[in-house]
Design a protein around this ligand. Sequence first.
Ligand SMILES: Cc1ncc(COP(=O)(O)O)c(C=O)c1O
Length: 406
Amino acid sequence: MMPLHTTPTPTIIRHVRHKMHKRSEPICAYFYDLDALAGHVQAMRHALPLFCELFYAVKANAAPPLLHVLASLCDGFEVASGGELAHIRRYQPQARLLFGGPGKLESELEAALFPPIEALHVESLHELELIHDIAEKKQCVAPIMVRLNLPRGDGAATRLVMSGTPSAFGIDEAHFEQALTVIRNSKWLSFKGLHLHAQSHQCDAAEHGAMLRGFLRHINELEDCLSFHAPIINLGGGMGVAYQEPHHHFDWPSFCQMLQNLPNTERRERHFRFEVGRFMTAFCGVYAMEVIDLKQSYGEWFAIARGGTHHFRLPSAQAHSHPIHVVRASRPPDITHQQVTVTGQLCTPKDVLARHVPIEALAPGDVFLLPMAGAYGWSISHHDFLMHPPPHHYFIQKDRIWEEKI
Ligand SMILES: Cc1ncc(COP(=O)(O)O)c(C=O)c1O
């Protein structure tokens, strides 16, 4: 197992304490430990076989300092909109780029072809023809990978499945031959391989491996039957973070070992590519909220903290109670040994980050730290609801801390 930062790193706790002494307003901030991020991704890379590439799915968190760290450790970035494409081109102009996602606009496809990116992930027959038309009009060859929606065979399904089920993603197996015909008849489409992102939130590496091996066997049959070869297969992301069970995270090293041991009847000498989001950046980030108010309602304790789900929607999106660590301020506690529900400042009963958290001691002025907040935290939240000020975003590297507007 590789060590994962499922609790706030000592570096982050030290900086939070420092901010608590100096603050003029209650604390509300994201803290990112960039050294922890670099260490984690280096360990991921180290375990990964040489025939695999590691891309980062930018949608998880596109903060420029994170991108800067990842640019030197990953093979490139996967973007899923024209906005993400422009963002990466601005902050990491040298990076290799993959562009996926349904409903790409003509203008976005054109932007992806000039200058050309590494690969466009084709999500439908219509999109394939659109890319052909644009490439022909501009007299350039479009590098494409076809995203397949293959039937699921092996490996347990998670609660967020995008393959083997009716969905907006990818091309069904039943339509793939038609896609191949379009590709074979076009000199403007260069087929680079296949793409599969079948599900997210898989915390069981063995199940994930079983699912991917099932897909590989299926692809091999397709190759034999339709006489084509996919030199690269992008196997997506989807490695889960077990927010509530710190010992059940995705076992990346054993997953990599499975890849290493794949028989060549399954791998067929080809290269694999991964585009990982959550598992890459979740562990480096912490969301910090200062307790503003502490009250009892119908016999239950509530701590109302600065910020809320408009900054950190993840617990409510996942319908889970997020782990909470308390950093105590110096004043004596108002309550001890109680269960406390942690809410934010929004006027909706859904603004709950954790329920019935066992707390040793608490008072207003203490700070809650919510770990594993580095992926799908700020990026998926409805920031403008109620017009509260945004959180601060602090980045820590080699003991230097700085703030950036995100
Ligand atoms: C096409 C695609 N690739 C990669 C990812 C990243 O997934 P994860 O963050 O679960 O690794 C996603 C997430 O939705 C996706 O849709």
